[in-house]
Design a protein around this ligand. Sequence first.
Ligand code: PLP
Length: 452
Amino acid sequence: MSQSLQEKDIHYQLHPYTNARLHQEQGPLIIERGEGVYVYDDQGKDYIEGMSGLWSAALGFSNQRLIRAAQQQLETLPFYHLFSHKAHRPSIELAEKLIQMAPVPMSKVFFTNSGSEANDTVVKLVWFRNHALGKPEKNKFIARTNAYHGITVASASLTGLPANHRGFGLPLPGFLHVGCPHHYRYALPGESEEQFADRLAAELEQTILAEGPETIAAFIGEPLMGAGGVIVPPRTYWAKVQQVCRKYDILVIADEVICGFGRTGQMFGSQTFGIQPDIMVVSKQLSSSYQPIAAVLINDAVYQPIEAQSGSLGTLGHGFTASGHPVAAAVSLENLKIIEEDNLVAHAAAMGERMHAALRRFTDHPLVGEVRGCGLIAAVELVGDKDSKAPYQTTGTLGRYLAGRAQQHGLITRAMGDAIAFCPPLIIDEQEMDLLLERFERALDDTAQWAK
Ligand code: PLP
């Protein structure tokens, strides 16, 4: 008898971010097709994709213009590369477009295929630049605990989540982590948001001084932390952090892989949070993930020494076969055009208001510790005890249960520990948003019943 698709999956695939042993028992949910904000499994059941896939399908799952852009480019030039002075129209036009859109003056764009590769590229470009400046010892990076910057060796070292370090012998030396700006979890008793931000900035400065400022190359952060639990920093956090970085000649890197292109209610998270980055990383909503692509934007102060050094050495010895892939670049250009033409940033802000107003109603629920977010991204953090903020049984128990119930009710969300994330496609309309919230409420009721 021939194997079912489920059986073949269990037999042949090692899944990313999956408990391999558990997968042997429970197998996959096979998603067969998508339409708008919905995806459908192989039994025809519909799910609202409350996470846009992986925080990424801004235009939903069936945009015909993106499909046509890919098809046209496949027919014209399905592949070409950018090595050794080669170029092609889609990558050139996309680089120009990103420089025009950037919220601060940027000089050059370097393309990669994923956010992880983009952050590894950042590390290497910064090292290359500091070698060029005669400061090879200025090579350490500072990130934050709970940050997510990817999973390749350097970007996983920037990431500040135990799951990405445990079992891998990471982070590499020279990758440091300072405190996570989550007031609800990490503020001292009675500490205001502003006092908390002051304390985090002081901690950053102490870390720099302890290591020696001449050894610290850069500070990297997501404007709003995504995978670490949708953490919105205190209002003055970024201003204070940037002040410390500037004082010690430390580059500021904004990882906009989730925030970029409208997610926070403005085009970039850097605008929402007042960041003036020297380097910006974008991906995900750049192409709505219809094609794999990411980009690193660097300002002129970063670029100039790199130009000089590659001149002396004869090349910049870094790049991927598919850097700036023409199909991915063509899809991205069309995607950005649609985001602008359809005013999706303002739409996301409006839909975000609707979502936050509805989610705030759950603040009084016995299992809800905190409701947070900004623009069209939010999280509801579940707790076993509201006063002590302690988890129910162990951390993740409620989150896992609720996400499972939500899936039963036709809503795909993501539990990060006990924080349930919401990051629907930017195109979601009012009715779809209300249905998403209704399905969440049913899952929350089930969870409350179960945890009684
Ligand atoms: N940076 C941020 C902020 C992310 O959220 C992610 C992925 O979720 C990455 C980097 C890594 O991107 P990728 O999964 O494409 O390697």
